[in-house]
Design a protein. Sequence first.
Length: 333
Amino acid sequence: MRVAVLGATGLVGSEMIKVLEERAFPVDELVPLASERSAGKEVFFKGKPYEVRAVEEGAFEGVDLALFSAGSGPSRKWAPVAVSKGAVVVDNSSAWRMEEDIPLVVPEVNPHALEGHKGIIANPNCATIQAVVALKPLHDFFGLEKVQVVTFQSVSGTGLEALDELKEGSLAVLEGSSPKNFLYPKPIAFNVLPHIGKIDERGISEEEYKMMNESKKIMELPELVVSCTAVRVPVFRGHSEAIVATFKEEPSLQDAFKALSEAPGVSLMDDPGCSYSVPSEAAGTDPVFVGRVRKEPLCERSLSLWVVADNIRKGAALNAVQIAEELIRKGLI
Ligand code: 2RA
């Protein structure tokens, strides 16, 4: 299979190439693509160097699968071009996610949504992916009615620049000075910012809308009530989420543990001594770690969960490759 990766030099794009190799995806030829600015750089796949090409129409000739992680603008421009050349596009940007006829897919939750795709498939937002992987098994058991999520999102979600900012900003603070020109509305070093994406006139941020809207589409629960506060935290890699899930039926802890322990993509942390994961442990791994599972005294018929995952892997690159694997399994590519 001829596989293109657009955004090949970025955090997610380079992880996509790594995951393709790790999972022995059937790549006969890799076509690493990027903007003019990054063209000419070198990436490695199966021990071989590949020169990154500047994206242009001809680059998609003969491409079977195109994994995109280059932002909404380039996705809107190049995904239709890639499809016109016969490729199936799995796009990690937010460009297509809420388009009615575009599947928004987490393979552990709604693989059936791939049927009848028209060439473009949207990869959900990282924070949404880990939440629905944890919620799906509980929904199947108890019927999900309402979800309240507070996210603790690492700076890698913003990209390579933000990793440098956290490091340099933290050093500056430790040396007694203050961080200089920063990417976020306020310095992230030793700070937490309840502000990811623009905040609208209702006081809700773009990231919070992603959680609210994407989770309903993926779980096919248009009536689901979702509330989210998305927070940026001074962590390099790995998103964490405190979730309160309210169900139609009273959830028993025993059934909740059974559902989670058997759920695809979930690693249940249920050791009474240490029933939770943390970003430093989740970084570089595939599972969605679910811990601190407990009855929620504040709300009836509710459970509280602590959900941690690597936002660059399961939250982006791995989920995209798993979608491609599912397409092969279903004969849809
Ligand atoms: C973030 N979810 O964490 C957004 C985009 N990756 O910044």
